[in-house]
Write a protein that binds this ligand. Structure first.
Ligand SMILES: [Fe+2]
Length: 200
């Protein structure tokens, strides 16, 4: 992914705090903008990880967990058709639809070295942390005859060290994201192994 500095640090309108798209609206936007099934699956996987993290690790209610899920579901929505304008277009779209600034900020900061926006909230940090690692673990599942079944932490760690494996997954970003989130990479990997296979 090349650098697309967003050139601003403020996203959305504070007056829209608490607003989100409905599940149906978010799904429609996803299907409308993203034709690439593989990318769509990636976004659904990250969405599920975000939701489950919010519920299981942070004890959030359904409304808060949906905000986390929605950030995951739409974070790459403009990547398929307009890679040169990633992620400006989805940000502008969600601003137009009066979405909570927290959700928009999470999307804007999911790649600080690309977009020039620092992850601040726990939602921001987890979206950044899940994004690349989820992709690497999915790539690993595709080369295993059993997919996610029986996948082990040590297998993922081995792939993580092999630079040629899923070479487009930025290892430095993974380290950086875990450090910012204050999490051990192992914990994050194990969480993804435990959940990601449920998304089809
Ligand atoms: Fe992504």
């Amino acid at each position: 992914m090349s650098t697309h500095l967003l050139g601003r640090q403020e996203f959305g309108n504070p007056a829209n705090a608490g607003n989100s798209l409905s599940r149906a609206e978010a799904q429609l936007l996803l299907n409308d903008w993203v034709k690439n099934e593989r990318l769509k699956l990636h976004m659904k996987q990250v969405a599920y990880l975000m939701k489950q993290w919010a519920i299981e690790k942070l004890g959030m209610d359904d409304t808060q967990a949906w905000h986390w899920e929605m950030a995951g579901l739409l974070h790459d929505a403009d990547w398929d058709q307009w890679p040169d304008r990633h992620c400006s277009l989805i940000i502008e779209e969600l601003e137009k639809r009066n979405v909570d600034p927290g959700i928009i900020h999470a999307i804007a900061s999911h790649g600080p070295s690309y977009f020039g926006v620092e992850p601040q909230s726990p939602m921001d940090k987890m979206l950044y942390a899940f994004d690349e690692l989820s992709g690497l673990i999915h790539a690993y599942s595709l080369m295993r005859p059993e997919g996610y079944a029986g996948m082990e932490l040590k297998g993922v760690k081995k792939r993580l060290k092999e630079k040629a494996f899923a070479a487009n997954v930025n290892r430095e970003d993974i380290q950086d994201a875990c450090r910012r989130a204050g999490l051990e990479t192992d914990e994050l990997i194990q969480f993804i192994i435990n959940h990601q296979g449920q998304v089809v």
